[in-house]
Design a binder for this molecule. Sequence first.
Ligand code: PLP
Length: 373
Amino acid sequence: MNLFERLNQELEQLRHQGSYRHLPVVPEGMVNLSGNDYLGILEDRAFREAFYAQLSDEAAQLSAASSRLLTGNTAAAIELERFLAQVYHAEAALVFGSGYHANTGILPALAGPKSLILSDRLNHASLIDGIRASGATFYRFRHNDLEHCRSYLEKYAKSYDEVFVVTESVFSMDGDCSDLKALTTLKHDFPNVVLYVDEAHGVGVFGERGLGVAVAEAVHQQIDILVGTFGKALCSTGAFVVCSAVVREILVNKMRPFIFTTALPPVNMAWTLYVLRALPKMQARREHLRKMARQLTQAIIEKTGSCVSTSQIVPYVLGSNEVAIAEAQRLQSAGFYVLPIRPPTVPAGTARLRFSLSAGITDEAFERLLAVL
Ligand SMILES: *Cc1c(COP(=O)(O)O)cnc(C)c1O
C-alpha cells in the first residue's frame, strides 16, 4: 500500500466512525451560536472604528517581522505585558502567538526530571499536548474531582520536587467551571503544588472587570501559572500568562513556541490592549450574556433533566450522533447556527449541540431560539 492509499483508508475509517471532519462554510445571516465572540465585539463596528481612530502609525504595523528575541519586541508587546501584569497584580506577564502556543510550550519549559503533573481529565487538547511534550510523569484526575486529585497528591507529592496541578476555569465542552477556591487550598496542604489554570473561556466574561474567574473569586494571586487567551471573548488573537518574574525569564529562555516563532503584529497587540482597557465598561454585555445563559440552561434542564453549564457555553446533550445531527439541522433551518459535537471530541453516547452564546444576540433572537427549542 502506498502513502495515498493508506491515507485514503484512514479517511474512509473516519467517515465510517462518523468522526470525519471538514471545514464548514458559515452561512450568512444566521444567529451565530458556535463562535467564541462572547462579548459581541466582532460586529461592533463603532468600537472597531474608535480603535482605528486613535491608532498611532507605529502601532498600526501589520507584522512584527521577527521573533520577540530578535527585533519583534515592539513597544506594543511591552505595553501589553506591562498592563497585564498590573491588572492581575502579578510580577510578570508574557504574550504568545496563541493559546495553543502557550499551553504546548509552558510545561515543557518548566517541568524538570522530578516534576509530576496532575491534569483534569477534560483539559483542552493544547494542555494535553504540552503535558505529553514535557516528558514528565502525569496522571489524570476525574473531571472537577479534587478529592481524586488530592488522593494522587497524598500518594505521590512527597516523591517529587513539585506537582503541577493543571485545570481550566471554564470547560469548553460542558460549560461547567472548576472550583478555583478549593483548588487553592491544595497549596496549603501540599506546599510543592504549583497551580496552572487556563482561563480561555473565562477572560472577558467573568468578574466585574472581565478579568476572568480567578480574579472574580479573588484567588488569582495564588495561581502560579494563569493563562488566558485573546481569541475568544477579547475578539483578538494570541494568549498570555501572568506569573512570577523567574517563570517569565525561564519561558523567554527555554519555551520553544515562544522563541521560534514570529511575534504577533503590533496592530494586533494594540487592539488586544484596547479591548482589555474597555473590558470594565462591558459589564452590561456580561449581564446580558449571563441572563441568556441562565435561561437557556433552564430550558435544557426542562427538556432533558440536566445541564451542567454555569457559563456562557451551554451543552444540549442528545446522546446519539444521528439525533444530534438532526437537531442541529432543524435549528439551522430556523436560522440558528449551532453545530453538533460528537465523539471523540466528547465521550461516547453524549453527542450534543453546543450553544456558545454571545452578548451580540438580541433579546428578540434569543426569544425565538427558546421558542424553536
Ligand atoms: C481555545 C482554547 C485554547 C487555544 O487558544 P487559541 O488562542 O485559540 O490557540 C487553549 N485552551 C482552551 C481551554 C481553549 O478553549
